[in-house]
Design a protein around this ligand. Structure first.
Ligand code: SAH
Ligand code: SF4
Ligand code: F3S
Length: 483
């Protein structure tokens, strides 16, 4: 549904119906609108994308940037100064929503200084009708609103806006299709996210993602393999396979494929050096996956395996389909088969009905598994999810107390796990000049741990060997070793 008039297709009979051809047509058409826009601005129009939320959104933003650069926009410095500003939103917790409203409020005043600015909102929050209604009412400076299912249509929406001069809204309630071959601009030349599936069918009772990202859809293996091959031709040596639950990849395909089978094929790509993936749902992690990781050194020694809670009672209420005992058994199996594997997790504190005894169970799992890292969140009530209607919502002050207990347990465990590598020699993929000291570069181990080693720009994007000499809790200072 598009508010305002549609591009007049009768007057433009040449508009292709098929995707992505249609979008390439609009990218060409947009070039004309862009030069008019740049003339009015009296400088080449710039863009800036602010991304909230997870890796899915980060990857979507790379596609948005790809479309804008194909049209001819040039990267701008910041959301305050750029001409075309996009906010790619997240709504997984309430604080993500609040951050967006804060930023939009701030830009309200800017409007007078930069009347030609175009502001676009997209992403998960836009799939919530109440949020869209609020934005339409209270933020007149927003020009283009679109959702998670039509990211690929940015050029078409920009043309429509340029033609109409009034706000354009285009939000689909469900995904209609997967559109392949949209251009993208990567943040790093040597690594890239690659979507393998979209959406989620798990409906964990606290989570809004299935509502804003739609039903689970897997990409065809041939499309994934072709994309990764092209990326490696272009210098990429590490990919991060992305899906809300990668372990259920392939189920809905006409020719079903399992995630381990996909990994085996990807591992054959010669120029690819490292494969990462996230997220793994514990209920769907198979023995076959454990074998594939174990047998393919290219698959990174890191598994993100969200626990959410260590209490079986709470896990049932969360609709997670595993128990404390089955999670522990799985983690122990992984530790036994692949001892060098880093296991990280997500934990929610303050789910409705959670007591101190439930948190004790979570602490017990943390101590037994010894997570290499964990993201800990305070439960946030999301409208229209089953958990929002549950009795015994936990007061924030109580959650804070429990949160602190969980946080110190995960910090202690991950510090101990990190320290175990002291003195080892491991490979580091160098990513950037170190923030702290420009004579150092920073990179990641296969386990995802950050290491800083002496060196310069020429090392970025290469894999070096380093001795992990000083452990600083969550990162190492290393010394380079010749291979
Ligand atoms: N698909 C992934 C995670 C997606 S969201 C998975 O299943 O693991 C990332 C994390 O946000 C979740 O793992 C969960 O820990 C947290 N999260 C999701 N909904 C939340 C909510 N309502 N309140 C607090 N944390 C939440
Ligand atoms: Fe949300 Fe659960 Fe799906 Fe993860 S698996 S996105 S937590 S519903
Ligand atoms: Fe947020 Fe959407 Fe990701 S709600 S966590 S950006 S899938």
């Amino acid at each position: 549904m598009i508010d305002g008039k549609n591009m007049n297709e009768e007057m433009r009979p040449e508009i292709p119906e098929r995707e992505p051809e249609r979008q390439y047509y609009f990218m060409e058409l947009a070039k004309g609108f862009l030069s008019e826009y740049s003339e009015r601005l009296k400088h080449p129009a710039t863009y800036h994308i602010t991304t909230f939320g997870c890796q899915m959104n980060a990857r979507d933003s790379e596609k948005l940037a790809g479309i804008l650069e194909t049209i001819g926009f040039v990267p701008g410095q910041s959301e305050e100064t750029a001409d075309f500003v996009i906010f790619n939103t997240c709504t997984v917790r309430d604080n993500a929503d609040q951050r967006l409203y804060g930023r939009l409020g701030h830009l309200k005043g800017e409007r007078y200084r930069h009347p030609e600015r175009i502001i676009a909102l997209c992403g998960c929050l836009m799939q919530e009708p109440t949020a869209v209604a609020r934005i339409k009412k209270s933020y007149p400076q927003v020009d283009i609103i679109f959702g998670t299912h039509n990211i690929y249509k940015l050029a078409e929406l920009f043309c429509l806006y340029a033609q109409e001069g009034s706000r354009v809204t285009d939000i689909l309630p469900e995904a209609e299709r997967i559109v392949e071959d949209i251009p993208s601009v990567r943040k790093y030349p040597f690594k890239s996210g690659v979507n393998i599936s979209f959406g989620c069918d798990n409906f964990c009772s606290y989570c809004i993602v299935p509502y804003v990202r739609g039903r689970e859809r897997s990409r065809e293996p041939k499309d994934i393999l072709r994309e990764i091959e092209r990326l490696t031709e272009d210098g990429v040596i590490e990919v991060m396979l992305l899906g809300q639950n990668v372990n259920s990849y392939g189920k809905g395909l006409s020719d079903p494929v399992t995630f381990p089978a996909l990994l085996r094929e990807i591992a054959q790509i010669e120029k690819l050096k490292r494969i990462r993936f996230m997220t793994s749902h514990p209920k769907d992690l198979s023995e076959d996956l454990i074998r594939v990781i174990r047998d393919h050194p290219k698959i990174c020694r890191h598994l993100h395996l969200p626990l959410q809670s260590g209490s079986s009672r709470i896990l049932t209420a969360m609709n997670r389909h595993y128990t404390k005992e089955s999670y522990l058994a799985l983690a122990m199996r992984l530790r036994q088969e692949i001892p060098e594997l880093a296991i990280t997790t997500d934990i929610i504190v303050g789910f409705p009905g959670e007591t101190e005894a439930d948190v004790d169970d979570t602490l017990d799992v943390i101590r037994q598994v010894q997570f290499d890292g964990a993201f800990t969140f305070i439960y946030s009530k999301r409208a229209n999810t089953p958990a929002a209607e549950m009795p015994d919502q936990v007061p924030k002050e109580e959650s804070r107390v429990q949160f602190d207990r969980v946080l110190s347990a995960v910090q202690e465990a991950s510090r101990e796990r990190a320290a175990l590598r002291t003195g080892k020699i491991e490979e580091v993929l160098i990513e950037e000049i170190s923030d702290h000291d420009p004579s150092y570069v920073s990179g990641r181990l296969s386990s995802n741990l950050v290491v800083h080693v002496p060196g310069g720009e020429e090392l970025i994007g290469t894999i070096v060997r380093a001795r992990l000499s000083e452990c600083h809790g969550f990162y190492y200072i290393g010394e380079r070793r010749e291979s």
